[in-house]
Design a protein. Structure first.
Length: 257
């Protein structure tokens, strides 16, 4: 399974999964159909699946046009998003499986950003190789999604679930927010040497307009404040030792940053 990152809109990323043996493709969160159609034409591949993480327009905006071009495509989303994802045919919940190419993906229920948000995790086929996490707007490189429909408790539970994945898991998050996320992180975790190094690397990448996605779960665990609510420095920054309260105060600070 080959993963291609397709920029879309102002700062979205769409992910195209390609099986070169069968020459079929799947797409995760098609914000816009055009980048997907262009890539499919280059590959001369058939689109067989759309994997949506949640119902927001900048994640499902291309569904209908892709359905028109590929009438047999199957559209997946969370069971709690019934009626909110255009064309949805498959209604997924925690523990369900999806298949594409030679990979079986695990469905994780990760509410917080929205009430029905799910993520797709494809474990590695060969031990030691990276798995692939498609997490929509729950986890970002250096940050996490705003709480539009969920609660801090739900988001802490969701992020706790994601950070149990292996450190070499590739984190395919759906927006290029990394630089600003790390700028905020430095305001609450300034003495973190891993964060300082990462910020310099991301500055250089963005100076050359290079994508900072995918990230790696191990990097997120060391540098992303929204996975580090037990850290004394972060607790001191928000004057709380309670996990959920620490997270909620960090999220509130980021919302105003």
């Amino acid at each position: 399974m080959q993963v291609t990152l397709l920029p879309a809109l102002s700062d979205n990323y769409i992910f195209l999964l390609h099986d070169p043996q069968q020459n079929v493709a799947a797409v995760v969160d098609p914000a816009d159909a055009q980048p997907v159609l262009r890539r499919l034409e280059e590959l001369d591949a058939e689109l067989v699946a759309i994997f949506n993480t949640h119902h927001h327009a900048d994640h499902v905006g291309g569904n209908q046009k892709l359905m028109q071009q590929f009438p047999e495509v199957r559209i997946y989303g969370g069971v709690c998003d019934r009626g909110r994802i255009p064309g949805q045919q498959v209604f997924l919940q925690e523990g369900d499986r999806v298949e594409f190419a030679d990979r079986i993906g695990e469905v994780l229920f990760v509410p917080g950003h929205t009430s029905g948000h799910i993520a797709y995790y494809f474990p590695p086929v060969v031990k030691g190789e990276p798995g692939e996490l498609f997490c929509g707007d729950t986890l970002f490189a250096g940050g996490c999604g705003r709480l539009f429909e969920g609660t801090p408790t739900e988001m802490v539970d969701s992020l706790s679930k994601l950070r149990t994945l292996p450190d070499n898991t590739r984190v395919w998050c759906a927006h290029e927010y990394t630089l600003k996320n790390l700028q905020f992180a430095l305001t609450v975790d300034a003495e973190n040497p891993d964060l300082q190094t990462r910020y310099a690397e991301v500055q250089e990448a963005r100076r050359h307009s290079n994508a900072t996605v995918p990230s790696q779960m191990g990097v997120e665990k060391r540098t992303n404040p929204f996975l580090r609510w037990e850290e004394p420095a972060l607790q001191a920054a928000v004057k709380s030792q309670d996990a959920v309260q620490t997270f909620a105060r960090l999220r509130g600070m980021k919302d105003r940053f």
